[in-house]
Design a protein around this ligand. Structure first.
Ligand code: HAM
Length: 436
């Protein structure tokens, strides 16, 4: 059997983003970057591959991500154990320690890019997905926790998204959690017989994770479990109350959820998630919190910090339900030609129009004019420029306006080459005004 010409398909859970969809993503990313800059966040880019040890230490050995979801491998060329990043925070913290980024002041940074987790794929849950990761490094007070929530609230409004609820909790400091952990184990041990295998294992390795179990038989048991709020010390309590105070003051509604624990172990004090009911089971579009001990545990100085990540694919799915973009526009002007010597001329005119800041597709191939017009219309261009051999000698071209609703406008005119740019500019202004 001949194998080499068989089709090769994408990896399960790693979807392609085709141009129509990528167009929406591009627009969404632009809005997000503008929003981040409006709060003073600066872009920082870290590699997709890092040492496995970084994620194991950062996210925690007993988390789902590190136990079973990382794409890890041995780089046999130099025997390094490497992992394709399952989140971006770890890389940012490593980089900020390595480059002493916080030596003179705290920093607000963000990074956007793909992350990889070997989860069971389903709608809204992928193995390659994209995060907008935002970190505020070196800030102690609850004002930064509040800033995150205020800025996210603004983003949802900017995107016209309603019905996204906010859940917040405090996980306290590590020593408070140790005492709580013991109380939780003691309580859950009474119900061990109804636990499934994974929960039995979690009971001693990471009992807090049982609190956000989706197992319906545990609902009542979890509801009566001891609450972490009662184990918080003065500082944790004041921090959390400070956050609630800021949110109340600015009028942002939230649910206090004492069972919100998050799937990564580095958090201390504030944690939060934004959830929508409009995306089915995978409704969490953003999650984050404070991680005051992480920088120190990765070899840096003890530095308070906090952050969050938006699941860009989920946000895109949600936004597309409400947002109807115009059809894909590949260019503004489509250049067509027919006759001897016209193709060479088309290249020259194409460059001339790009010099004037138009986006241009020069038709490629020997198709007849009818076919070229068809492609021009599909491209979304608002004008077609047609070059014919007679016109070349006269230094003229024809321009056909392709947009709809052009009452009282000339549909096709001949125009001399030296007036072409001015004509297109005036038409493009008209085009902008009339499309508003
Ligand atoms: P996370 O909650 O693991 O947090 O992920 C953040 C967001 O990524 C989720 O709320 C969700 O929208 C999206 N997401 C997670 N898994 C998938 C998946 N399999 N498919 C599609 N989207 C997914 C973090 O990663 C932390 N690093 C956030 C953070 C930054 N905390 C502090 N700083």
């Amino acid at each position: 059997m001949k194998l080499d010409n068989q089709k090769i398909s994408a990896i399960r859970g790693m979807p392609d983003l085709l141009p129509e969809n990528a167009l929406y993503l591009e627009e969404l990313e632009n809005i997000i970057q503008e929003w981040l800059h409006s709060y003073g966040y600066c872009n920082l880019r870290v590699p997709i591959l890092e040492r496995t040890q970084l994620f194991a230490r950062c996210i925690g050995e007993n988390t789902d991500i590190v136990e079973k979801e990382m794409y890890s491998f041995k780089d046999t060329l130099n025997n390094d154990l490497l992992t394709v990043r399952p989140e971006i925070t770890a890389g940012i913290i490593r980089a900020s320690i390595e480059h002493n980024l916080l030596y003179d002041r705290p920093r607000r940074v963000y990074s956007i890019g793909p992350v990889f987790r070997h989860e069971r794929p389903q709608a809204g849950r992928y193995r390659q997905f994209h995060q907008v990761d935002v970190e505020a490094l070196g800030f102690k007070g609850p004002d930064i926790d509040a800033e995150f929530i205020i800025m996210l609230d603004r983003l949802w409004k900017k995107l016209n998204l309603n019905n996204i609820r906010l859940e917040i909790n405090s996980l306290g400091k590590p020593n408070e959690r140790i005492i709580y952990r013991e109380a939780l184990i003691q309580y859950f041990e009474n119900y061990k017989n109804v636990f499934n295998q994974a929960e039995q294992r979690r009971l001693y390795s990471n009992p807090l994770r049982i609190l956000d179990s989706k197992n319906p038989t545990l609902r009542d048991i979890i509801n009566k479990a001891p609450s972490l709020f009662n184990f918080l010390g003065k500082e944790s309590r004041e921090h959390f109350e400070g956050l609630c105070h800021y949110l109340d003051n600015i009028g942002i509604r939230y649910n206090l959820n004492p069972y919100l624990v998050r799937g990564l172990d580095y958090y201390s004090m504030t944690v939060f998630e934004w959830i929508t009911d409009n995306l089915g089971a995978q409704g969490t579009i953003c999650g984050g919190g404070r991680y005051n001990n992480l920088i120190e545990s990765l070899g840096g100085k003890l530095t308070p910090a906090a952050g969050f990540a938006i699941g860009l694919d989920r946000l895109l799915n949600l936004w597309r339900k409400y947002r109807c973009l115009e059809k894909l526009k590949e260019c503004e002007i489509y250049l067509m030609y027919q006759g001897l010597g016209t193709k060479k001329m088309a290249f020259l005119i194409g460059e001339m129009l790009r010099d004037a800041n138009f986006s241009v597709i020069v038709h490629s191939g020997d198709s007849e004019l009818r076919k070229q017009f068809k492609l021009a219309n599909i491209s979304g261009a608002w004008a077609g420029v047609i070059i014919g051999s007679n016109e070349i000698t006269e230094q003229k071209v024809s321009v056909k306006l392709l947009r709809e609703n052009i009452q009282n406008r000339p549909q096709q005119i001949q125009i001399s080459l030296d007036k072409l740019i001015d004509f297109l500019k005036s038409e493009s202004t008209y085009n902008e005004i009339s499309s508003k």
